[in-house]
Design a protein around this ligand. Sequence first.
Ligand SMILES: Cc1cc2nc3c(=O)[nH]c(=O)nc-3n(C[C@H](O)[C@H](O)[C@H](O)COP(=O)(O)OP(=O)(O)OC[C@H]3O[C@@H](n4cnc5c(N)ncnc54)[C@H](O)[C@@H]3O)c2cc1C
Length: 457
Amino acid sequence: MTAQATPGPDSGGDGGTRFDAIVLGAGISGLVCASVLLDQGSRRVLVVDEYPRVGGNHLDFHLGDYTFDVGSLVFQDDSPLLRHFPEITDRYLPIDPTWGRLNPQGVVTEYPFSVRDDFLAAGPRECALLLLSAAAARVRHRRPRNAQEFARRWIGPRLLDRSGLGTYMARFCGVAPEHVELEFAEQRMMWIAEHASVGNLSRRVLRALRDRRPGRRPAPAQPVVQTNRQLVRPREGFTHLYAPARDRLESRGTTFQLGMRADRLHREDGAFRLDVAGQTFVAPRVISTIPVDQALDLIGAPGDQPLPSVTLVTLFLSFAGRRGFDDPILYNFSHDGAWKRLTVHSDFYGPVGGREYLAVEVLGDMVGASVDRAAADFRAHTAANGLFTGDLRLEGGHVLEHAYPIYTAGSGARSRRLIATLRDFGLESFGRQGGFQYQPTARVSTVEAERTLGVSS
Ligand SMILES: Cc1cc2nc3c(=O)[nH]c(=O)nc-3n(C[C@H](O)[C@H](O)[C@H](O)COP(=O)(O)OP(=O)(O)OC[C@H]3O[C@@H](n4cnc5c(N)ncnc54)[C@H](O)[C@@H]3O)c2cc1C
């Protein structure tokens, strides 16, 4: 599986194999980076990753006939990633997903917010208090300082609590929202501002009131106008999905060193020398998409404490029985339960032996990074809310470190300082891990890699 870089005409006399550029990490950022470097004239590019395959943290697990993902991975057919690797387009499976949410009142409702269930169902007195709280917060938090104040500014503390958004934010970040930097909220949570605009809210309240009149059937939910197709990986998994991307890069001059961790990077006579599993690779340019802390270790300049990131526990479950929800993707906005989101893969790929199957994301910090603890908590909470009635079986689980960065107070500025240390050494560093950026989608990672390497869109 691993392509060995055997010394050839491009070998340095000192045994180091020479490349035009070395890329650390074969995730989306690393793959796009290699593609751009080849476009820009590099002839020999080396990509190194400790995983034995390309695709980075797009991970799937095959257990018997089930295939589970780590996380809920949905893609779009207009992603700029497909300009680099057009051959993968036909390998995706088109889907028509809906997203639901369990709110603190135990109702499965619209994601991310339901005027009917989160607001009107509270009754006239509470509705008035919710509005007063929202109005006061717009004045009070004119200049929010953290994620909590950002969310309060838009919907008020009372609705933040009633809708469960405040609890979800803590579950997403692993720390209380008042400790999460405003920068993160602005990157990740602008949808709150969009949903809470006066025009948007008035339209939704009027529609919900109209639907509540006696004898009136609820109007169908406004179709989300989507100009792109939603996609998931093929049933065979991510390795099958990304195989053509790897082939394309190899045919253009890329060598992959996979399943190997880079040991040391140093500079000699103006060139970089990278040691990987007893081999040395030499190049005038090295680009890193691996976690910043690991890149600092590699150059022998470790930081005093690691940048904060989420450890994600994923549960792999199968189920036979009655489900208390229809959506294939369900978020937990209730005040209890450690789980964050579940994805019913069998809604996309079909059941296996009459059983549905799903993956559940749980923040590691909430369950001591233990699959068993996460599973016990999930069982108890979903049973109490009637989400699964029947035979729910734990098929397996996975613990992923560095799933995504968290911007706790000061960490944005600290990450920029550390990335500047790498830059001073000559190492360019970007991507979800390498740039310490949330980057929610492969699309964002692609655009960011192109921008950093000077590709004009
Ligand atoms: C839980 C989860 C859910 C997601 N959901 C979606 C979604 O719905 N839609 C979507 O488009 N995208 C989703 N994404 C991912 C999103 O696409 C990211 O933007 C993208 O994966 C970031 O890619 P990257 O290459 O920057 O980082 P990564 O994918 O993290 O790649 C970094 C690579 O560096 C390697 N590495 C680390 N340390 C070393 C070392 N010392 N030596 C060698 N190699 C090393 C790792 O093995 C890894 O392959 C999700 C990601 C996760 C984790």
